[in-house]
Design a protein around this ligand. Structure first.
Ligand SMILES: NC(=O)c1ccc[n+]([C@@H]2O[C@H](COP(=O)([O-])OP(=O)(O)OC[C@H]3O[C@@H](n4cnc5c(N)ncnc54)[C@H](O)[C@@H]3O)[C@@H](O)[C@H]2O)c1
Ligand SMILES: [Zn+2]
Ligand SMILES: [Zn+2]
Length: 380
């Protein structure tokens, strides 16, 4: 926690938002550890914010002071070639070309443009003439907050998993993204099997009609046994590069932590740093001809993949940062529905002011005290 100067309007398309709620994401945990070498002193993290517009630049005609908005984690212009294809996470106006990265992201280190993030009292929102989602004033923040990232991320993950009507979807990882992916699968009428080593995460998923399994060596066999020997039609990997059960890469992570930043960056860019237990298990478990959808983030350039099996099984693989704005118009009525069909009000386990962030980062990473999702309320 540090005091920094309040942000100011820099471009006519900027807005300044006073943050009322801002969540901690599993992606923040990568910055907290594996991607640490890309972080610099004074970087402001956070990319799941919402709040009240305080000020707008001269070119922002869609927003006014006092509007309540949710801010998508990717910064996109809305009118370039990629945005017009619904690929807002590849926006050509904000791409971080010097790092070879896609659209700039809030609070995500030099890899994604070093844009100050939203775990703060105030946020400067570039391209505010397109990005922010205007919402009503009656429902509590938590109904809307997850439109910033994890709800559209899970939606895209399930969409990409390409499960046929009435088919079987498996979701590896029942963190916040996996919880929503599993619930979205159930909402669409799929049979959903969720896998996670943490008991309270399995219990939460089970409350929403999801069958659950612990993660163990034989889990691919278990999945086949549950599905006529064939395996699930589609699998969402909502775990990513820090999967438990991958001892070798675990050691690589520790070694990276001991290197100076520049050397560690080099190692990230040339060595296999991902913990691949889940990805390789999913390749094994998915039905022949099925689809793997990676919502979980991977970070290495040289992580080994079982291409023989992938080719032989005729798999499809889809992945990527979520194109948040592409999905939010469909999701808005679902979060505003009084029946709460996706269960957005059953996810947050810990809340605090900004001052609680350091302790809650640690709790969330270590999965202590039943911690599943943290929301910070600056100024509350
Ligand atoms: N694609 C995107 O746009 C996007 C957006 C948000 C988050 N993410 C990524 O999604 C992933 C999940 O994020 P989250 O917020 O849910 O965080 P999280 O860290 O809480 O979730 C990860 C879950 O995986 C479980 N897990 C670990 N090892 C496992 C194993 N071997 N088998 C099964 N489960 C295992 C953990 O217990 C945890 O519940 C992260 O990689 C995050 O960066 C991607
Ligand atoms: Zn996130
Ligand atoms: Zn664009």
């Amino acid at each position: 926690m540090e005091e920094v100067p309040d942000p100011v309007i820099q471009e006519p398309t900027d807005a300044i938002v006073r943050i009322t709620s801002t969540a901690i994401c599993g992606s923040d945990l990568h910055l907290y550890e594996v991607l640490g070498p890309y972080m610099h002193k004074g970087d402001v993290v956070g990319h799941e914010p919402m709040g009240i517009v305080e000020e707008v630049g001269s070119a922002v005609t869609n927003l006014r002071k006092g509007d309540r908005v949710v801010v998508p984690f990717n910064i996109s212009c809305g009118h370039c070639f990629m945005c017009s294809q619904g690929l807002q996470s590849q926006c050509e106006t904000t791409q971080v070309k010097e790092k070879g990265s896609g659209a700039a992201l809030f609070g995500f280190s030099e890899l994604y443009g070093s844009v100050p993030g939203g775990q703060a009292e105030y946020l400067r929102v570039p391209h505010a003439d397109y990005g922010p989602i205007k919402v009503g004033s009656e429902l509590p923040d938590e109904r809307y907050l997850f439109l910033s990232d994890i709800l559209p991320t899970a939606w895209q993950g399930v969409e990409y998993a390409n499960v046929e009507p009435g088919g079987v979807l498996a979701v590896f990882g029942l963190g916040p993204v996996g919880q929503f992916a599993a619930r979205i699968g159930a909402h669409r009428g799929y049979r959903v099997i969720g896998i996670d080593p943490v008991p309270e995460r399995r219990e939460m998923a089970a409350r929403h009609g999801v069958e659950t399994l612990d993660y163990a060596k034989g889990v691919a066999d278990e999945l086949r046994e549950m599905t006529d020997g064939r395996g699930p039609h589609g699998i969402v990997d909502a775990v990513g590069m820090e999967a438990h059960g991958s001892p070798v890469a675990g050691f690589a992570h520790q070694a990276l932590g001991l290197l100076p930043d520049k050397l560690a960056q080099k190692a990230m860019e040339t060595a296999g740093v991902d913990r691949l237990a889940v990805l390789h298990t999913a390749i094994d478990a998915v039905r022949r001809g099925g689809t793997l959808s990676l919502s979980g983030v991977y970070g290495g350039q040289a992580s080994p993949m079982p291409l023989l099996t992938m080719f032989d099984k005729q798999l499809q693989l889809r992945m990527g940062q979520c194109n948040v704005r592409h999905w939010t118009d469909q999701l808005l009525p679902l979060v505003e529905d009084d029946a709460d069909p996706l269960g957005v009000t059953d996810l947050v386990t810990h809340r605090s002011g900004l001052e609680g962030a350091p302790a809650l980062y640690e709790k969330f990473q270590k999965k202590e005290d039943g911690c599943i999702k943290v929301v910070l309320n600056p100024g509350a």
